[in-house]
Design a protein around this ligand. Sequence first.
Ligand code: ADP
Length: 483
Amino acid sequence: MKYFHSIRWRLQLWHGLLLVFVLMGFGFTAWQLQRANQLNRVDHELEQRMGIIAGMVRPDTSPPPDRPKPRGFPPANRPPSGNSFPEPANLRLPAREASLFEGIPGQEFYYMVWLRDGQKGVLSSSAPPDAPRPERMPGPPAFRSRGTLRECFQATPSRECLLVGRDIRSELTDIRRFAWLLGGAGSTVLLLGLAGGWWVSTRALHPIADISATAARIATGDLTQRIPTTDTDSELGQLALDLNNTFARLQASFARQAQFTADASHELRTPVAVVLTQTQTALARERPAAEYRESLAACQRAAQRMRGLIECLLMLARLDSTKAPAALELCDMEVIAREALELVLPLASEQNIHLELELSQAHCRGNPGQLAQVASNLLANAIHYNQPGGSVRVCVRCEPDTAVFCVRDTGMGIPPADLPHIFERFYRVDKARSGAQGHSGLGLAITQAIVQAHGGSIKVVSEPGQGSTFEVRLPAPHLMQAG
Ligand code: ADP
């Protein structure tokens, strides 16, 4: 039973059945042709002799001379005057024609004649005495097979029946031998075909065994395993390539997951440590009220940081699970940018950052809360990573089919080596500086996730020491609806 579930056995079975059908069809056709050929040859010979006999039979009303009686033509059955049947002498074949009825004893040609009234007239010495008169009497010669005999019969114009026949045992033996030969050759071809099919299916399915073995090793936890791929043009080679890509993505995804968990734990550890240290110190002995207040304030800051971090993580988890932003509505990026600017204004004036605005109406369809977070993240970064007295230029404009929001700062810029990574979760260029001030490296990751969920794109251009420009492009409302 197990064998019938195996692809190789099923292939072999279908291949074998197909081969048997083809060989049987071919063999049967060849046998038929050979048989027809043999019979045609015999029929042709019979027809030739039938012509001779038919030529010999002619109406004859002259009185019968004294001749030996042929076998099977009793005088009682002699036809009345005017019968078209020949006198026996008329059927005495000339030597040349008679030689055509000679042959290997038992296989020579014979002839028979039935009179109009159905009585047996003349028959050659080798004719079988029990041969029945043909039922139907066609004008042209017709053929029949009786056991090992092949016979040709025909009616004369005056309705006598002529029959010429021969024992075709040797032809039948030849045909039978040919059938055995075909059977033998067919069996050999079938065996060779099955062996070849087995070899081909083994070769063709070999990559599947590799795929299965690799998948089994990966299932045990070794994500570094890959399927060996040599022939990438074949279907299975392509499948192996696709699976390898999937395994690579899985491995990267697991690595990211592990890194994310480690980073999140690491980020949470600091505020938790602050809370523990503060509470331990406060509880160690009696303290003045001001010191308790200080400890509680430190605990509050740590808790706020934890809350901020947890909110970011939840936000990312939500964006990961649903690719489309919730509650889409028509938004004006200009209005959103102005609201975000109001929020960061105190921070900008604290750092003495000059804000330049170049805002015009630009509509898009989206979640206003999430788009506001995009704007405030980019503005907060532009101020935070700026230099004192620097400037931030904010622009909102409408391009064909796109609402563009961009923030340019004159800050420290981002080294080219870090640029490809800044949208990764928990990635920070200067770990010491940003981490210490509560920047966990999730802001740009969230920003990118929101923009992508809105069907938009975000890109950054930066030059160390000169500043950075972040540009967000969101599809216009009619495009979002169409999508
Ligand atoms: P963070 O919370 O640390 O700001 P982000 O995801 O917002 O995290 O930014 C990732 C990193 O990209 C930051 O740590 C910072 O090093 C760099 N970065 C982001 N915006 C700017 C900017 N405008 N100028 C220079 N560096 C920036």
